[in-house]
Write a protein that binds this ligand. Structure first.
Ligand code: MSP
Length: 649
């Protein structure tokens, strides 16, 4: 088994902000990356933005901006989107990055020196709207396929890449490497293109027509055009031609794209690599389109779904699950919120969420939160063998995920979840609990169920990383440990007798579609309740305490009198607070969200009997209470005037 895995997405044009189509591809690549992490591989994940060319110049002009400022702005929207979906690329490349530009020029020069780039006068049919030449064959009813406008024959001198020379080589290469392009239908489509004579590729534009590009190293009157710039990102990102990264990852590169850019990836790119003497990529995985009301989701049709709004309403994991479960990789799918809600309710709230909360609730009820003494060797209980079921689920899941059949991979996990739900119904722990003689069996039932849930939490890691970590915490496991490794999942018996587990939670609240859409009409902001529930879902509840325990916690009203940032500490604010009977210094980790002046004069809540602690050299004498997550903070303030020093109880 190879130990490295390199996955790429297309680099997206910066002529419009990201939509759910881009998000799907990037999630699919992230899922594949996480799946290979499960197999213990070292992975590299690349995404980024494609910034040169006249598309971008036009979009910038329309927004009254310079191309580079416009590119900065839109590129940042892509970059900032990915963390919302738990995606962290190893590199976010921009075609305006200096190291990328240098590699493009280097390769152009090499191929030019080798004689595969030549200068020639070209006469073609030009569309002024897309600023592109078309061949007779590309036209639809004699017009530009994109704009349905008349094309104009024009003559222009340009540089061409001699692709025709490699046509037979590529046909043979694809036959010799039958899994190069997947699924099979796209391999056949590429072979179909190759049945017609391959035209040489025009790779330049004169600067008189376009300046926003990379200058040809052998003729500074020209810039290179689109594909010769963009495709090379896949190697420039790794530091081609040298370096450990390139050597480690390039031999294991997998590209993910949608069918719109099959031709550049299935034909131009392998030929460019061959001409430059670089090993051909390992696999090209091609998926279909997300449609809305029968047409492709795209900016020009104005039917795009905003991924941030969607995540705010439903949560990242639910959407990741829906996109991966609903689309058969390679085929088109339709997006609708009704379908999304149905999946959330059926698969997430009902099957997985219900299983998780009822197992944990029974565990709390019958064993008071302490794992009973169960024997993992005895996995066959009342006709069900959850250990064997897990083994089967892992085998089916890994086989499907290997081939990007994400929907089938998930289906095999859900089959196992179904088996566990049936086991609960059949074993009826509530009956066993009533009988003296049922106690041993009850331990075995709950022990095996907890262990089965641990396996499920690992198997959903690629698609639902957030839920996976939440489940781990509630099963008493360490979410920072590589719990998802397939080798670990294959073992049975991690849930240790004697371990104390926190209370269960509802992983996915059920959505009422009527309420979701009713709210939608009235306020334009639907599913707000769901959003709240999702945001709160992953901090487990602490163990129960008594009123006596609480009386040891001394909370006081305090007025903020001074506030300043602590030097060299991005997150910390130093506050001077007045507790009435004394003044104190308190350091609060809220500086990312509050300007020092924001809190002056407010009456906040301070944990006043907390042992002082030194933070960055400052003694903090108490703690200001605040609601805090990764994206925001809100300091607790009293809603009516109260004298400082008043106790909260
Ligand atoms: N810049 C080029 C790619 C260069 S790669 C070396 C480009 N950019 S793009 O912004 O148009 O992105 C196209 C890609 O976005 C598709 O291949 C696909 O990954 C994704 N999608 C855009 N719309 C989509 C759908 N409606 N459905 C599925 N994927 C979609 O082409």
């Amino acid at each position: 088994m190879t130990s490295a895995f390199y996955i790429t997405t297309p680099i997206y044009y910066v002529n419009a902000k990201p939509h759910l189509g881009h998000t799907y591809t990037t999630i699919a690549a992230d899922v594949a990356r996480r799946f290979h992490q499960m197999k213990g591989k070292r992975t590299f994940f690349l995404t980024g933005t494609d910034e040169h060319g006249d598309k971008i110049v036009k979009a910038a002009e329309a927004n009254d901006m310079e191309p580079h400022t416009y590119a900065d702005k839109i590129s940042a929207l892509f970059k900032e989107l990915w963390p919302h979906y738990w995606i962290s690329p190893d590199r976010f490349i921009r075609t305006t990055d200096a190291d990328h530009v240098a590699v493009v020029q280097r390769i152009l020069q090499e191929i030019y020196d080798a004689g595969d780039i030549y200068f020639s006068e070209y006469e073609g049919l030009y569309c002024f709207d897309c600023e592109q030449f078309y061949g007779e064959r590309d036209l639809v009813d004699g017009k530009c396929p994109d704009h349905a406008k008349e094309t104009v024959p024009i003559k222009e001198s340009n540089y061409f890449f001699r692709m025709s020379r490699y046509q037979q080589w590529l046909i043979d290469y694809i036959h010799e490497n039958p899994d190069l392009i997947q699924p099979e239908r796209y391999k056949n489509e590429v072979l179909g293109f190759l049945r017609e004579p391959l035209e040489d590729l025009c790779i330049s534009r004169p600067k008189s027509r376009l300046q926003w590009g990379i200058t040809l190293p052998f003729d500074e009157r020209y810039v290179t055009y689109v594909w010769f710039d963009a495709l090379i990102n896949y190697i420039s990102a790794l530091g081609y031609p040298n370096g450990e990264k390139f050597e480690t990852f390039w031999p294991h590169v997998h590209h993910v794209v949608a069918k719109d850019i099959l031709k550049p990836h299935g034909i131009y790119w392998p030929i460019m690599l061959k001409a430059a003497g670089i090993k051909i990529y390992k696999h090209l995985f091609v998926h279909g389109y997300w449609n809305v009301d029968e047409s492709k989701m795209s900016k020009s049709l104005g039917n795009v779904i905003d991924p941030i709004e969607l995540k705010e309403s439903y949560g990242s994991d639910a959407i990741r699950y829906f996109l991966m479960r609903e689309m058969t990789f390679g085929l088109d799918s339709s997006f609708s919120e009704v379908a999304l809600i149905n999946r959330i309710n059926a698969d997430l709230a009902n099957d997985l969420g219900n299983l998780f909360s009822r197992v944990l609730a029974m565990f709390q009820k019958y064993f008071k939160g302490v794992v009973p003494d169960w024997n993992p060797e005895e996995s066959r209980v009342m006709g069900f063998d959850l250990k064997a079921g897990a083994k089967q689920a892992i085998a089916d899941f890994t086989a499907e995920m290997e081939n990007f059949a994400f929907h089938r991979g998930l289906a095999s996990v859900w089959e196992y979840i179904g088996m566990m739900n049936k086991f609960v119904d059949t074993a009826a722990p509530w009956e066993l609990a009533k009988q003296e003689s049922g106690q041993e069996r009850l331990k075995a039932v709950i022990g095996n169920l907890l262990e089965g849930l641990r396996v499920v939490s690992g198997l959903i890691y690629p698609v639902m990383p957030e839920t996976s970590a939440t489940m781990q915490v509630h099963l008493g496991q360490d979410p920072d440990h590589e719990f998802y490794l397939v080798d670990e999942l294959r073992k049975w018996g991690f849930i240790q007798p004697g371990a104390r587990l926190p209370k269960g939670i509802s992983l996915f609240p059920r959505l009422d579609p009527d309420a979701v859409f009713a709210e939608d009409k009235a306020t334009g902001k639907h599913a707000a309740e769901t959003k709240k529930a999702q945001a709160q879902q992953y901090t487990p509840l602490e163990a129960e305490i008594s009123l006596d325990d609480f009386s040891g916690i001394d909370l006081r009203a305090a007025t903020v009198e001074t506030a300043e940032k602590l030097p060299k500490a991005d997150k910390l604010l130093k506050l001077g607070v007045n507790l009435g009977f004394e003044k104190r210094t308190v350091v609060a980790g809220i500086a990312e969200f509050y300007e020092p002046g924001d809190l002056i004069g407010k009456t906040v809540v301070v944990l006043a009997n907390l042992k002082p602690a030194k933070l960055r050299g400052v003694s903090s004498e108490g703690m200001v209470l605040a609601a805090l997550d990764r994206e925001n903070a809100s300091v607790a303030v009293l809603d009516r005037p109260m004298p400082p020093g008043t106790r909260l109880k």
